[in-house]
Ligand binder design. Structure first.
Ligand code: PLP
Length: 348
């Protein structure tokens, strides 16, 4: 592979930025017993009277250990959504650059492209929901900065084939962003493990799904030290609040609970898959590597409304490319899934 110089694809104004230097940057050692009169905070202790650590050192130390990478390869944000927005702002020049997304996929990439005034070039997945490499390569020009690959993909549920993703990593000389929000539910290994091989690889993960902490908003970004250093220049200093840092540290320390819950979701997913496949109005259940199942039915609008009347909310994905008449079912608790199956059996 041609040696990648990241600076060739970073926005001009970002190259010369210096990050905001907060009080906690100038005196870092805030676990010590000092008298802190440097940040105009309230001196009255209540658990949140101090600004949080802008570098989230404790949390990153723990994440780095669990993922087997260096702390300097991690950027944390207020959900993946903030992390993805930072990636746009570092690499994409408004009204000039473009990105490639692969519908049907997560809607946020398109929204963020719009917000940042970046052209979104959509290249549909193939009929088996894999990236169409040749069609993607045809869309790339010198202003194409980012390629978003969601794996496992939302809403289709499948992981992308390793050799397909690798060929894109080799042939595209912008950043390949692999969104692994659902990675904990797949048997395939994370792309984090090959960060050292691909200087143009950015991987995002989240505590919102398998870790059960959607409410605290913690998104994670993994890349080379060089990329993370540039992203940190644009990051707001206190983007991960104290309550989130505390709760995240607690949550990720209990890996046994996370594994237990993931195992239960996986066995429930298999049960739900079988039950859905037996229903007359179900045309097809798509194999899933995530915590949801996409299902093609006879009439998605009708089935959606019928479920709603029974107090069950699912997602109608029928307006998405390749997803005519599909519903997306998130795997719930064993009781919730049982209720769902019972209700589905009564529908006419
Ligand atoms: C749910 C989801 C996320 C999570 O976003 P957060 O902002 O971290 O909650 C990211 N990507 C995809 C594809 C998702 O489905």
């Amino acid at each position: 592979m041609k040696k990648l110089n990241i600076y060739n694809i970073v926005r001009e104004n970002v190259k010369s930025l210096t990050p905001y230097s907060s009080a906690r940057d100038e005196f870092k050692d805030f676990d010590t017993d000092m008298v802190f009169l440097d940040a105009n905070e309230s001196p009255y202790k209540n658990g949140t009277n101090r600004y949080p650590d802008p570098h989230q050192n404790r949390l990153k130390t723990q994440i780095a250990k669990q993922k087997g990478i260096k702390k300097e390869q991690i950027l944390l944000g207020n959900g993946s959504d903030e992390v993805l927005d930072l990636i746009f702002r570092v690499f994409c020049e408004p009204n000039e650059d473009n990105i490639i997304t692969l519908p049907p996929t997560y809607g946020m990439y398109k929204v963020l492209a719009g917000v940042n005034a970046i052209e979104n070039r959509e290249v549909w997945l193939t009929a088996d929901f894999q990236p169409d490499v040749n069609a993607i390569l045809e869309q790339i020009d010198s202003n194409t900065k980012l390629l978003f690959i969601c794996s496992p993909n939302n809403p289709t549920g499948n992981a992308m084939h390793g050799e397909v993703v690798e060929s894109l990593l080799y042939q595209f000389h912008g950043m390949v962003v692999i969104d692994e929000a659902y990675v904990d539910f797949t048997g395939t290994s994370s792309w984090i493990n090959v960060l050292d091989r691909f200087p143009n690889l950015i991987v995002t993960q989240t505590l919102s799904k398998a870790y059960g902490m959607a409410g605290i908003r913690l998104g994670m970004c993994f890349a080379s030290k060089e990329i993370i250093r540039i992203l940190k220049k644009v990051k707001p200093p206190y983007n991960v609040n104290q309550l989130t840092q505390d709760q995240a540290l607690l949550g990720i320390s209990n890996q046994d609970r996370v594994s237990f819950n993931v195992q239960e979701i996986l066995s429930e997913r298999a049960r739900l898959f079988n039950a859905l496949g037996k229903l007359d109005f179900v045309k097809r259940c798509f194999r899933s590597d995530a915590n949801f199942i996409l299902v093609r039915v006879d009439d998605a609008n009708l089935r959606y409304q019928q479920l709603l009347r029974e107090g069950i909310v699912v997602r109608n994905r029928s307006t998405q490319p390749l997803c005519e008449n599909t519903l997306r079912f998130t795997v719930g608790t064993p009781e919730e899934n049982k209720t769902l199956i019972e209700v589905l059996k009564t529908l006419e």
